[in-house]
Design a protein around this ligand. Sequence first.
Ligand code: SF4
Length: 481
Amino acid sequence: MSEQIREACGVFGVYAPGQPVSNLAYLGLYALQHRGQESAGIAVSDGDTITAVKDMGLVSQVFDERSLASLDGHLAIGHVRYSTTGSSTWRNAQPVYRSVGDVGFALGHNGNLVNATALSADLGMLPGVLTSDSELIGEMLARHYGPEPRSDGRDLEHALLQVLPVLEGAFSLVLMDEAHLFGVRDRHGIRPLVLGRTEGGWVLASETSALDIVGAHFVRDVDPGELVAIDANGVRSIRYAEPDPRLCIFEFVYIARPDTILYGQSVHAARQRMGEELARQAPAPADMVMPVPESGVPAAQGFARASGIPYGDGFVKNRYVGRTFIQPSQRERGSGVRVKLNPIRANIKGKRLAVVDDSIVRGTTTRQIMAVLREAGAAEVHLRVSSPPYRWPCFYGLDTGRRSELLAADMSVGEIAEYLQVDSLAYLELDRLVAATGVTSEAFCDACFTGEYPVPVPDHDTKLALEPAEEPRLPGTVELA
Ligand code: SF4
């Protein structure tokens, strides 16, 4: 995907007495940085006190040796955020910390609740008092603590078992009190969460790639509808809801790192198979197969392998471009995409290109990229997309904007090809995408392609409407991945 999509968040948790848990959390968050770049935070417990550090910015900007040294303890949770609910402010950075009497807890949330408004009203909270789903969950949990601490110390676990069954939507949570670490997935397991084993302890993480970086090995997925409790006695599993697995298929397409394992399958290999399927479904009369870097690379490799057309690079990607930058002035118009992707003219000129990307959501950047290829002398441009048309907004933690902002919401493939000014365009069919994941049971959410939402979404939500967006993007700013 060439444009910036506001991704899901990333969560990490570690229980490892005797180990530098804040450093492990820092490394884990580093591996999950692709899931959220707005804020980062870590909370640590030394058994008596929970200390949290969080701020706006990348993991490397929020933490340094001094701040990590101040986070001493034996269990920690961490979070990287891209705001999907609530605004992008320090207050909404996570982990969220709550004190209840003399004790406290902290939580990090990946996903999006669909019944937050109703739950907030049930609490008697005025609109705007709770500014994120995570604050709401924190408030609900705090209200389920008893007036006195429980003799078994399981106050947070007890509160979770009251609160989790009434939450609807997507939530992969890491939580902690002074002595326990918890991992939770909603009953559909829409966002991933895995359990790993490390020296002297246990790790929870959004993706297996975060286990690798801290030297932990994968044990298993946290199951949909499962609460995992980790403390000095080891790991306990509690099923709080009937599982109905619906992992976000877009994790396979775009969100997860390619070196992550989902449902036991390599994401990188799955993306290559998507490219192979695409080549079989929609061959292109091309001299060279090239990716839209970087997320289109594995699918382009697969497309080249299955089609027999040579693979080549058509762009150099500037690895140092930040997420946003100031839009060039009128005189420099057109150079915006080139700041990020510059064409390799010698590879492009006079060639018929099969250009492979993993997805198109809004399409504005894709249109510019196709124009750059034309200007660089491409004879023909055949765009191949290794997922189906993205037609419906996500309500489960991926901020793709309103329906009216989605390129494919109300356009045919032919109309999209015309808009993008390509010689041909094809999207991978959904059944081929599912086959390429290598997952035998079709245990996926695919609502952004089909409109069939596994958890009912508010039908009055403006996100579903097709009228033009009321809030145009800020002039002068373009978002880059
Ligand atoms: S709607 Fe799409 S992006 Fe959102 S959870 Fe479902 S598959 Fe994933």
